[in-house]
Design a binder for this molecule. Structure first.
Ligand code: SAM
Ligand code: SF4
Ligand code: SF4
Length: 347
């Protein structure tokens, strides 16, 4: 390939591969019932042993190949990414990567924010460009119920404040809304983050993984959420920032800032989905709801040259025709399929 030229690979539905989500650990310090319910992730749950995790050097090598194939944005996630030791070092290694045109690659992270207060500045210094913090309610009662932990919501709010001081802007806050559990916090959350330079994004509760016992009647739809917010503060639509953006964007008409909705259940966005996922142990997944992935760690550790690894990724992406969210209501097998857990595949 001539220097300076990026390969751009597409799947069966002509979707390019532009984003890479890397799960850096399958462990977490919370037990959100919609993601890692304690019944399935108890004290004696066996997480991946250290030797099975991709090392930072292995992640960096794979990231370079993904970038060569068109990836422009990398998101570190998990599990809880701040539990991975010396995560700042990985951020620094990835932030130094450039596309074949010499452009910096955007490095983002999704975190539950519990450890953020102590790490925000070092993450910024390491070159992290964007930060999303998950927070499902402001009251301790709701937060504890959603996260099944004793952590006060204030710990996460302190983390967000530290991230603002460190210069992350705009910070996004993700709130999964589950009917009867935290939907009464929609307006308190909206009021709290309005006028604060933070983009609150409401996420429809998804049927991710196989252990959360998801039911459709627990989903509060994006439409219902938007109607509720708009009845207090008029909102106007905002154009997508780029093709394939998962959140629909809205702004308060009075200048109070922006909100978003991620409507994976009621307004599927598979058509423009350009996200690849690398699991903690180095498997490539082409959909959040996948039941299987492509092992890249074994060939990597066997000394396979870059060109052959690139070929494996290209072929796997080339066979991709995932459209789970578009089809979930029509394909009967989806209801019984054993889907990979989000904490392992990377949310
Ligand atoms: N631990 C980090 C966190 O919570 O931000 C990163 C990993 S978490 C799996 C990534 C995102 O997925 C979080 O914003 C979380 O709320 C969201 N998530 C997890 N399970 C979900 C579900 N069943 N439906 C919708 N969103 C979910
Ligand atoms: Fe942990 Fe994030 Fe899953 Fe909650 S959503 S259990 S914080 S990985
Ligand atoms: Fe992408 Fe799969 Fe989600 Fe559709 S269901 S948007 S293909 S991750």
């Amino acid at each position: 390939m001539p220097q300076g030229e990026a390969l751009s690979i597409t799947d069966i539905l002509q979707r390019p591969m532009l984003d890479l989500r890397i799960s850096v650990t399958d462990r977490c310090n919370l037990r959100c019932a919609y993601c890692m319910p304690r019944e399935s992730f108890s004290e004696d749950h066996v997480f991946l042993p250290r030797a099975e995790l991709l090392s930072f050097e292995e992640i960096e090598r794979l990231a370079k190949l993904f970038i060569l194939l068109g990836v422009k944005k990398i998101r570190l996630t998990g599990g809880e990414p701040l539990l991975r030791r010396r995560i700042e070092q990985l951020v620094e290694m990835l932030a130094a990567l450039r596309t074949t045109q010499g452009q910096p690659v955007e490095i983002a992270m999704t975190t539950n924010g519990v450890l953020l207060a102590g790490k925000a500045q070092s993450l910024k210094d390491a070159g992290l460009s964007r930060l999303t913090v998950s927070l499902d309610g402001l009251s301790d009662e709701t937060f504890r119920r959603m996260s099944d932990s004793d952590v006060p919501a204030q710990t996460v709010l302190d983390g967000i404040a530290a991230a603002q001081r460190a210069g992350f802007s705009p910070i996004k806050v993700n709130m999964v809304v589950q009917r009867g559990v935290n939907d009464h916090e929609i307006m308190p959350m909206a009021e709290h983050f309005r006028n604060g330079g933070i983009v609150l994004r409401f996420i429809e509760y998804m049927d991710a993984g196989s252990s959360n016992g998801w039911r459709f009647d627990e989903v509060v739809t994006a439409q219902q959420i938007l109607e509720q917010v708009a009845s207090h503060h008029p909102i106007l639509p905002v154009d997508p920032g780029y093709s394939g953006e998962v959140a629909e964007r809205w702004r308060y008409a009075d200048g109070g800032g922006e909100i978003g909705v991620i409507a994976a259940i009621t307004r599927a966005f598979c058509q423009t989905c350009s996200r690849a996922r690398l699991s903690t142990d180095g498997k490539l997944y082409t959909c959040l709801f996948a039941t299987q992935g492509k092992d890249l760690r074994t060939p990597l550790r066997q000394g396979t040259p870059d060109q052959a690894l690139t070929g494996l990724i290209t072929n796997y992406w080339g066979q991709r025709n995932d459209r789970y969210s578009q089809l979930r209501h029509d394909v009967a097998e989806f209801a019984t399929a054993k889907k990979i857990e989000m904490s392992y595949i990377g949310g």
